[in-house]
Design a protein around this ligand. Structure first.
Ligand code: EPU
Length: 310
């Protein structure tokens, strides 16, 4: 074999040699361990940079060596295919990226922080505006990338600025007005990484915030499944909510292997145990075909799909 050829092993060796000792580095890491759906084959390299300097170096390395990478949040909106990912998975789980700090009426949160932590910190300090984040199982980075939403609100409604890093490892701060956002999408973050964000909140009596969060929590637990899932599977089409549509067509409980459409909510696919990404993808295609045939609507997945097929 040519000694200079880029193999997964020598990419991994070279990457390991440039990160700090505090950076978590694993080879052949099963992605099923890192997704709420509990599905996904191994990533060649899994890395948790200890600080921004290491994140920058890893991105620069991937860029220069043409190594594929993706940023993993809490894996709550993600399907990794069964053969895993031939590249580098970067997860901002280190404490440096998970901080949630109060700055007057603002909260600065790292991309690796839980959405719930931001909602709880705001509530604790009598700040309103991010209550809807309470029950979303993802990270702040994921919330920004997806413009995640619930209970009639969405992430960018509350965002004042975002610290971003480009793929060559250079960071800067952007105002909300400099980023174009849509339903479940932020175009800028398709080729930049969110490092942290500032949420601008409004002071309000704590009891009112608590009451609102309790109502949201009850609504969620009464309408969404507790079994492993990746949240809503499809984006809502303009004409009708995807969950209602799937329900109306009698497709709840449709099953392929270990993957099943939830009885509780038609837009959730649950893993009953042992589901593979192949099961999940086949079930998605089955639903899309039935919905297209019966209602003429093209469902778009909200869940992000990455990795290689078997
Ligand atoms: N519905 C049914 N049957 C079902 C499910 C829903 O008839 O099986 C009906 C509901 O009764 C309601 C309508 O469909 O009239 C909409 O349902 P719901 O209120 O549950 O909201 P949704 O549009 O399905 C959205 C977000 C969720 C978020 C909820 C709660 C999308 C794709 N989904 O769901 O976000 O938690 O609102 O506010 O926008 C996610 O993005 O992953 C997600 C779970």
């Amino acid at each position: 074999m040519n000694a200079t050829m880029e193999t997964p092993a020598n990419i991994a060796d070279a990457l390991l040699s440039l990160v700090s000792p505090g950076t978590v580095f694993k080879r052949d890491e099963p992605m099923a361990r890192h997704t709420t759906l509990r599905v996904g084959g191994p990533a060649d390299v899994y890395v948790e940079p200890v600080n921004e300097k290491d994140l920058s170096a890893i991105l620069k390395f991937c860029n220069e060596r043409n190594a594929k990478f993706f940023i993993l949040g809490r894996g709550s909106n993600l399907l990794v295919r069964d053969a895993g990912f031939r590249g580098v998975v970067i997860c901002l789980a280190a404490s440096h990226f998970s901080r949630v700090e109060l700055e007057g009426h603002r909260i600065r949160a790292g991309a690796g922080a839980k959405q719930k932590s931001v909602a709880v910190e705001a509530k604790r300090n009598g700040l309103s505006g991010v209550e809807f984040l309470e029950g979303i199982p993802g990270s702040i980075g994921g919330a920004l990338r997806m413009n995640a939403g619930a209970m009639g609100s969405e992430t960018f409604n509350a965002v004042e600025s975002v610290r971003v890093m480009d793929y060559s490892g250079v960071a800067r701060e952007l105002k909300r007005s400099e980023m174009s956002v849509e339903y479940r999408s932020c175009a800028f973050l398709k080729n930049h990484i969110a490092v942290s964000a500032v949420f601008l909140c409004t002071p309000q009596p704590r009891e009112e915030i608590e009451k609102r969060m309790k109502i949201y929590n009850e609504k969620r637990w009464s309408s969404q499944p507790a079994a492993p899932s990746a949240g809503c599977l499809f984006k809502n089409p303009t004409a009708i909510a995807a969950g209602r549509l799937i329900d109306e067509l009698g497709l709840k409980n449709t099953r392929i292997g270990g993957a099943r459409i939830s009885q509780e909510h038609g837009n959730f696919l649950v893993n009953d145990g042992g589901a593979t990404a192949k099961d999940v993808l086949e079930l998605i295609e089955l639903l899309r075909a039935k919905v297209k045939a019966e209602r003429g609507i093209e469902l778009q997945t909200e869940v992000e799909v990455v990795g290689e097929s078997e």
